[in-house]
Design a protein around this ligand. Structure first.
Ligand code: PMP
Length: 353
């Protein structure tokens, strides 16, 4: 059979997202969404945006949102870029900033989108092994490189690199862009956004998908030196795209206005994470310390793939990665109290028989 697509596209290895099941009544703990809904305040703002302006195009620059994020993080509006989820922001960053003559560095166990973008944009990369405890060690990033990217906390491990370590990295890489992907930072990390005015080579990305319960709205952003942001804008404007629709712009602004709901939902997720952690330890799992809204756990006697299959029979889905070094681990998103209790009961039945 003839192939109609080009040989370049044929060689791409696309990203495989976590399952979004088509059936209801599953306890869905596989793609790190927030178990709590957005607040009424945010929902009202989205509803209000369905006014007679919906017939008009949105502001292609989403200025009102950039200004709100800038105020929230104490930077100037020209230091903020917004996009359709942080995946789109990252895509633009790979194209605009991370494609250099020397290879891009990222951890060997990390967000699986990174090698996909490298394939798409023809970016040479090298992976840097995590240590035995699945930690990023900045001393391991001393080889020649064009740029560095990693999530903090890392995914799927949940392990956090402290800000002082990030500063060590920034001080030794003043000529390279260092991109910190903070998709999960609000669940126990400290944001490196506080460092962007000190290090012009630092770009930080965040998302409203996790800690702000807005995965369905698709909003992400980057904060950094205005020159880095300009690079992202140039790529975006080359597509004549409207990154955010009107509802997303106003829903996102409202989310930053509703600090209390945001803090409360983060606190609930963190509390449940600690409860789940304790239960997993009681059942004999080894659990990596997590600063995210998921845990990464392995059991010495049971195969991760089999635990995942048995949970699935009980209508609970968790994430399993069939990859070297982590194929004995499960990544479990933190659910609400009811979901967590059901998970704990199911795990106990599987482990204790
Ligand atoms: N970075 C990391 C580390 C992630 O796990 C995710 C979610 N899959 C993203 C970025 C992208 O999230 P979103 O596009 O929903 O903002």
């Amino acid at each position: 059979m003839s192939q109609y697509w080009s040989s370049l596209v044929h060689t791409l290895t696309p990203y495989v997202p976590g399952e979004q099941p088509k059936v209801n009544n599953l306890i869905k703990l596989n793609t790190n969404e927030n178990p709590y809904p957005p607040s009424d305040y945010v929902l009202d703002a989205i509803k209000k945006a369905t006014d007679d302006k919906l017939k008009l195009y949105p502001d292609p620059n989403a200025d009102v949102l950039k200004k709100r994020i800038a105020d929230y993080h104490n930077v100037d509006a020209n230091q903020v870029f917004v996009g359709n989820g942080s995946d789109e922001v990252l895509a633009h960053a790979f194209q605009a900033l991370l494609k250099q003559e020397k290879p891009l560095l990222f951890p060997d166990i990390t967000y699986s989108f990174y090698p996909v973008y490298c394939g798409l944009y023809g970016i040479d990369y090298q992976t840097v092994p995590l240590n035995d405890e699945f930690e990023i060690q900045v001393a391991d990033y001393s080889q020649e490189c064009g740029a560095i990217i990693f999530p903090n906390p890392n995914a799927p491990t949940g392990r956090l690199l402290e800000l002082d370590e990030i500063e060590v990295l920034l001080q030794s890489h003043t000529q390279q862009v260092v991109l910190i992907d903070e998709a999960y930072v609000d669940f126990g990390g400290q944001s490196a956004i506080s460092l962007v005015n000190k290090y012009p080579n630092l770009l930080v990305t965040q998302t409203l998908s996790k800690s702000r319960s807005l995965a369905g709205l698709r909003v992400g952003f980057a904060v950094g030196h205005a020159d880095l942001i300009e690079g992202l804008e140039r790529v975006k404007n080359s597509f004549n795209s409207y990154p955010l629709d009107r509802l997303a712009i106003y829903g996102a602004v409202a989310s930053f206005d509703d600090e209390q709901s945001f803090q409360e939902s983060c606190k609930s997720v963190i509390n449940t994470r600690e409860e789940l952690n304790a239960k997993l330890l009681e059942l004999g799992f080894k659990v990596l310390p997590s600063a995210a809204n998921f845990v990464f756990a392995t059991h010495p006697q049971f195969k991760a793939v089999e635990i995942a299959a048995k949970l699935r029979e009980k209508s609970i889905i968790v994430r399993y990665f069939n990859k070297p070094r982590i194929d004995q681990f499960l990544r479990i998103t933190i659910g609400n109290d009811t979901e967590n209790q059901a998970l704990c009961v199911a795990l106990e039945a599987i482990i204790k028989g």
